[in-house]
Write a protein that binds this ligand. Structure first.
Ligand SMILES: Nc1ncnc2c1ncn2[C@@H]1O[C@H](COP(=O)(O)OP(=O)(O)OP(=O)(O)O)[C@@H](O)[C@H]1O
Ligand SMILES: Cc1ncc(CO)c(N)n1
Length: 268
């Protein structure tokens, strides 16, 4: 079985972060491991508190995994602080995993800063050059490039700029567009479009975490990048189609829809 690692924050409500990543890994039949960077007190309505894990503890978690287990692919999510970013980059440069998917998490859907504003530059300088693929949503791509982005053409231009910062490939996600939820990737040679029609639901908590974890699982399973992304796009679309309401706010996506169907288990 392939072994994949998420380096990310914990979401107490289970819809995003580490919890979404591990559910996605299980649904893809890969063995999931986690290095927790921060603990958030969070639910469907918002983020209420964050406690960062110390850089020393993050380094220890990474050492424990990499000195014992061969890791087939890594996903990076919420990285919180400058020192967190620095220690993760240092350890990944040391251990050199084959695939690194960087989801440059900055602000939660509810508007809370999951990345300290002063850490943006560190994320750009330290993590982008390590990325097999980086998966910014539109606001994140705007912060990284310093440009306004609202059209597919502007998404392409942003992808070129972010690629020039050192990522092997860039996937700019269109979840925040007005109309279709189309994503576009650029690998230094060509653009590829991953078309999606917008699903009318409020339950999109953790869509970005789920997409990047699905790409990570597919890369671990030796899919070429474009296939890893297109399969992940199918996975997130199905997961959003079958998303459901828990709590009073933005509900989670459904990770196990196909598995439940095959097993004859009645899903929500
Ligand atoms: N309403 C929707 N209908 C269909 N696809 C969607 C919808 N919302 C998001 N997506 C898709 O979900 C994936 C994640 O994109 P999105 O832009 O939502 O990520 P994100 O903002 O990083 O998520 P997060 O809130 O977890 O940080 C993309 O493939 C996007 O096109
Ligand atoms: C811990 C965590 N990571 C990522 C996200 C994505 O927005 C979130 N809401 N919470």
């Amino acid at each position: 079985m392939k072994k994949v690692l998420t380096i990310a924050g914990s979401d107490s409500s289970g819809g995003a972060g580490i919890q979404a990543d591990l559910k996605t890994f299980s649904a893809h039949g890969v063995f999931g491991m986690s290095v927790i960077t921060a603990v958030t007190a969070q639910n469907t309505q918002g983020v209420f508190a964050v406690q960062d894990i110390t850089p020393e503890m993050i380094a220890s978690q990474l050492d424990a995994i990499f000195t014992d287990i061969e890791v087939d692919a890594v996903k990076i999510g919420m990285v919180s602080q400058i020192d967190t970013i620095k220690v993760i980059a240092e350890k990944l440069r040391q251990y050199k995993p084959k695939h690194i998917v960087v989801d440059p998490v900055m602000v939660s859907k509810s508007g809370y800063d999951l990345l300290s504003p002063d850490a943006k530059e560190a994320l750009i300088q330290e993590l982008i050059p390590l990325a097999t693929v980086i998966t910014p949503n539109l606001p994140e791509a705007e912060v990284i490039t310093g440009r306004n982005i609202s059209t597919l053409k502007e998404m392409e231009e942003a992808a070129i700029l972010i690629h020039s910062l050192g990522a092997k490939a860039v996937l700019v996600k269109g979840g925040h567009l007005e109309d279709d939820a189309t994503d576009v990737s650029y690998d230094g040679y060509e653009f590829t479009y991953y078309k999606g029609t917008r699903i009318a639901t409020n339950n999109t908590h953790g869509t970005g975490c789920t997409l990047s974890s699905s790409i990570t699982s597919n890369l671990a399973n030796e899919c070429p990048l474009n296939e890893a992304i297109s399969k992940a796009k199918e996975y997130i679309t199905l997961a959003i189609q079958h998303s459901f309401s828990i709590g009073k706010g933005v509900g989670p996506v459904h990770h196990f829809y196909s598995m439940y169907q095959k097993a004859g288990i009645q899903h929500v």
